[in-house]
Structure formats: C-alpha cells, structure tokens
Design a protein around this ligand. Structure first.
Ligand code: HEC
Length: 103
C-alpha cells in the first residue's frame, strides 16, 4: 500500500515535467511570416527564436514594445500586445526545438 501511494505521488509530481509544450498562442500569426511558427526564421534578417531562453525572449519583447529596442518592424508587431500575450509568445518560441532544415 505504501509503495503504491509513493508511486502515485511520484507520478503526480512528475506530470508537469511531462506536460506538452504550450498551446499555440492566439497571436502567433503576427510573427510567423518572419520568424516561422516553429521559431525558425523565414526571411533574411529575422533571427531564429526556437529554443531561446524564456527570460531573454520575454525581455526582448518588452524592449521592442517600450521602444528601448527601436526596430520599426518589431515595434509594429508587438505594439498592440499585452503582457500576457507577450508571455505566451515567449513561452511558445522558447519551447520550440531549433532545426537546421530549410523552412
Ligand atoms: C516583418 C517581420 C517580423 C515580424 C512580423 C515579427 N518580427 Fe520579430 N524580428 C524581426 C527582425 C528583423 C528582428 C531583428 C530586430 C533587431 O535587430 O533587433 C526581430 C527580432 C525579434 C526578437 C529578438 C530576438 C533576439 O535574439 O534578440 C524577438 C523575441 C522577436 N522578434 C519576436 C517576435 C514576435 C513574438 C513577433 C510576433 C508578435 C514578431 N517577432 C514579429 C522581424 C519580424
């Protein structure tokens, strides 16, 4: 009995680790033309975002929105988004696996 209980607790605790990557953000379409849905850039000059550190992506998005990074295409893309939307996008791209395959 005790072993079963321990196993059940271990399973419950490990569940979040096994959880699927975040669901697609509603605003992903704003970014996909340049960065790809999977975070592998589709146009020259756009950076790959797949697998980038979550805190870095989140901070970069805030910097564009606030104008601390003054890049017109990115300011236009994130200007209308709220903090929760920026977080979802940062989590999405951070959770993607970088690939070398052509887009
Ligand atoms: C029209 C093309 C375009 C669109 C649309 C676009 N981006 Fe970008 N993005 C760029 C370019 C170009 C850069 C590089 C800007 C720079 O030099 O800082 C960039 C930079 C970034 C960076 C910083 C990466 C780094 O390594 O510092 C992040 C994060 C990012 N974009 C996320 C997004 C998200 C999220 C969206 C959708 C809301 C989006 N972008 C929409 C072109 C685009």
């Amino acid at each position: 009995m005790r072993i079963l209980t321990t196993a059940a607790i271990a399973l419950a605790l490990s569940a979040p680790v096994l959880a699927a990557p975040p669901t697609k953000p509603a605003r992903l379409g704003l970014c996909a033309a340049c960065h790809g849905e999977n975070g592998m850039a589709r146009i020259p000059g756009a950076p790959n975002l797949a697998g980038q550190k979550l805190d870095y992506l989140r901070e970069a998005l805030h910097q564009y929105r606030d104008g601390r990074r003054n890049i017109p295409v990115m300011r236009a893309a994130v200007g209308p988004l709220n903090d929760a939307e920026l977080d979802q996008l940062a989590e999405w791209f951070s959770a993607q696996t970088p690939s070398r395959a052509a887009p």
